[in-house]
Design a protein around this ligand. Structure first.
Ligand SMILES: C[S@@+](CC[C@H](N)C(=O)[O-])C[C@H]1O[C@@H](n2cnc3c(N)ncnc32)[C@H](O)[C@@H]1O
Length: 395
């Protein structure tokens, strides 16, 4: 069975399969077109080979969102879903600067390995022979070489390695990620430090802060405003307790580090009524608990001890860690009055941003849509425990 699968891949990678994949690349295969193309190709090629080529072509199209060279890469559906995107993988790989030999545990189709292997010797370990086959090819597509070992990562040989990276398979996709939610479990992953000092663990962005042992760093990574992943870094690679990394599309990283805010919200940052400017922190900042660090960096204040909006009277310095909004109106939440207020301000379309108050965002967005020429963000929140509303615009 396994042999069958790799034999099918070898056939697809051979001259006939390559010609088919080249022909499919860039052609419209949506809806009825797929049926037509499939029928035409099956006249000249084996049906199984055509099906495999069409499935891979579809995955390559989807993978362009994650990889610059997706058109030459190899994927299974699950492998692509679980793979790290290239920009994030390269950002993480930079942590291992100066380490020449790494082990990539649970390497999957090689999304991380392709970045780790740039200028280093990397061994990829996985139980899945198809993923290992793909990982070798995918690393080669990006100019590197990957040695692979097929075994349970618990049996992997780490002797001679300068460090390890592990991306365990996730058992649950939603909610807070706790220690038992992955295979192998996060406890096993952090325990790798008994075998090598430099350890990085990829985790879901919903990871519980308590999972990070003392001395480890917990990093939250966003692409733009889209929170994507978390990573745990062992003391040998850690730089702080908590880190928010906001990556631009070209991979430029903006990094905020510090101690996470205490659970009780007593952060020492002044709490004031909203002023003329509102900062809506990037989700990587809020998940990292670094709202106070952002307030310090931007010279802003909190509007509530527990709510992650910051405010200032004078225009704060531009920051990649938050969306900066100009406040047009700020008062205790009064939903009945809002439509008239928006009319008076000349506002048509609204985005509703809710933090700390219950409410149906979609229903309210529809209800508040008016005819004015301006677009605004209506913020539903709390100020010193009172329900509060703000009308803001992008400056
Ligand atoms: C989340 S994916 C890895 C994705 C990879 N980092 C990437 O970017 O492409 C997890 C991989 O772990 C493998 N895996 C799960 N449990 C394993 C174990 N105990 N030993 C080895 N591999 C395992 C699965 O086969 C799967 O390929």
């Amino acid at each position: 069975m396994e042999h069958d699968e790799t034999a099918r891949l070898e056939r697809l990678a051979g001259p006939e399969g390559t010609a088919l994949l080249d022909r499919l690349a860039g052609t419209d295969r949506s809806g009825a077109a797929a049926l037509r193309i499939g029928t035409a190709l099956r006249r000249a090629h084996d049906a199984g080979l055509v099906a495999d080529a069409m499935a891979l072509a579809e995955l390559r199209d989807r993978a362009t969102a994650k990889f610059t060279r997706a058109g030459s890469m190899w994927f299974t559906r699950a492998g692509l879903e679980q793979a790290s995107s290239e920009v994030i993988a390269r950002h993480r790989a930079a942590r291992y600067a100066g380490l020449g030999r790494l082990v990539d545990l649970c390497c999957g189709i090689g999304g991380d390995a392709l970045a780790l292997a740039a200028g280093r010797e990397v061994t990829g370990v996985d139980t899945d022979p198809v993923h290992l086959w793909m990982a070798r090819r995918n690393v080669a597509v990006h100019g590197g070489a990957l040695r692979t070992v097929r075994c349970d990562v618990r049996e992997a040989d780490l002797s001679g390695a300068d460090g390890a990276f592990v991306d365990p398979a996730r058992r649950s996709s939603g909610g807070r990620m706790r220690s038992g939610d992955s295979e192998p479990p996060l406890e096993w992953c952090v325990g790798l430090t008994t075998r090598t000092d430099a350890v990085g663990v990829k985790a879901a962005p919903g990871i519980d802060h308590t999972v990070a042992p003392p001395g480890w760093e917990l990093e939250f990574i966003a692409l733009g405003r889209d929170l994507k992943e978390a990573a745990l870094w062992s003391p040998a690679l850690a730089c702080s307790r908590s880190r928010a990394s906001v990556l631009d599309a070209d991979g430029t990283a903006h990094v905020l580090t510090g101690e996470p805010d205490p659970e009780d919200g007593d952060t020492g940052v002044p709490v004031v009524e909203p002023g003329r400017w509102l900062l809506d922190p990037n989700p990587a900042v809020t998940r990292a608990g670094l709202v106070t660090a952002l307030a310090d960096r931007t010279g802003t204040s909190r509007i509530d001890r527990r709510i992650a909006f910051l405010t200032a009277e004078d225009e704060p310095p531009g920051t990649p860690f938050a969306r900066t909004l100009r406040v047009l109106d700020s008062r205790p939440w009064d939903q009945k009055r809002l439509p008239r207020l928006l009319r008076e301000l000349g506002i048509g379309a609204v985005d509703v941003r809710r933090r700390g108050l219950a409410g149906d965002v979609d229903a309210l967005t529809r209800k508040l849509r008016g005819r004015g020429p301006r677009r605004a963000t209506v913020v539903m929140t709390r100020v010193e425990d009172r329900p509060w509303g703000l009308v803001c615009v992008d400056p």
